[in-house]
Design a binder for this molecule. Structure first.
Ligand code: NAD
Length: 265
């Protein structure tokens, strides 16, 4: 007798979302980056317990609704990872990730969020869990615009960006992209979270470097209305605003990739 094999579609294990799922090997990458950072990049942090940090990270979102994420979920993780950036050395960025990180790679005493442990561990990764399962969802995760804004990844970045800004002191810096129309975007993490969480008692000046892509026509500069908006917001906070177009040390990094351009000669 031939035995018919009954085949049926497996019901989906997790809820289906519009965004890409958890990065493959998420936990291994997270732990590996924690060890790289604390043993190699900043050996003064070599006594950090990466296992504990890794567990606190995943406990913040596993077995939970990925659209119901809160700052409190990440509190235990935040408490395990306090790190001080020296005054005058904080660098924010908005729509200029690559250039800002190229700069701190060379100017090693300046720190973006991604040059601190938590930012370093999470940069570029995606993650989410599911309320009906204790596993990560590798199939899909909430898309922040199409599904929900309080998803596990967005809430993480809002939480760490907020603390990064609260901790800043002295002169703070920001690399902005002058080749887009909204160089200062009030809806960006920089505009929505970081600027509003600077403490005027500690931060007296914000220096903006508005950078134009070498190949494209400049769209915004220090004198544009979006930058004026930033200036006004800082004024209400009693923080001095200084702005410079194409700050030369950063310009020189752009020129490495385009040495023959007239603006690089
Ligand atoms: P940006 O618009 O260039 O965004 C940076 C990254 O965050 C992009 O990948 C973008 O898609 C994503 N993003 C922005 N808002 C989001 C949201 N609400 N939900 C999910 N993803 C979102 O620049 P920005 O928004 O001003 O953020 C940069 C600043 O904030 C930096 O100063 C940094 O300290 C911090 N930050 C870093 C990251 C990161 O991925 N490393 C993400 C958010 C914020």
């Amino acid at each position: 007798v031939s035995v018919g094999i009954l085949m049926w579609r497996q019901p989906p294990k997790h809820k289906e979302w519009k965004g890409p799922g958890t990065t493959a090997h998420f936990y291994e990458i997270l732990l590996g980056r924690c060890y790289t950072y604390t043993q190699v990049v900043r050996p003064e942090l070599r006594h950090t317990d990466c296992q504990k940090i890794g567990k606190a990270f995943t406990s913040a979102f596993l077995s939970k609704d990925p659209c119901g994420s809160t700052e409190q979920d990440y509190r235990p993780l935040m408490e395990l990872t306090t790190q001080t950036v020296p005054c005058d050395k904080t660098l924010f960025w908005s729509k200029s990730s690559e250039l800002a990180h190229d700069y701190t790679w060379v100017q090693r005493d300046m720190y973006t969020l991604e040059d601190t442990l938590l930012g370093y561990m999470a940069d570029g990764l995606k993650w989410c869990g599911d309320s009906g399962s204790s596993e990560m969802n590798y199939q899909s995760c909430p898309h922040w615009r199409e599904d929900c804004s309080n998803n596990s990844v967005s809430v993480f970045w809002n939480t760490v960006s907020k603390r990064f800004a609260e901790d800043a002191c002295g002169v703070v810096h920001v690399v902005l992209n002058g080749s887009i129309s909204n160089t200062f975007d009030e809806k960006s993490t920089f505009g929505r979270v970081e600027v509003f969480n600077l403490h005027p008692e500690k931060v007296h000046t914000l220096k903006a470097w508005v950078m134009h892509n070498i190949e494209s026509v400049p769209s915004d500069s220090c004198s544009s209305s979006s930058l004026n908006n930033l200036k006004q917001i800082l004024k209400t906070k009693n923080i001095i605003f200084v702005c410079q177009n194409n700050y030369r040390p950063v310009r020189l990094l752009q020129c490495v990739k385009n040495p023959e351009h007239s603006s690089c000669r």
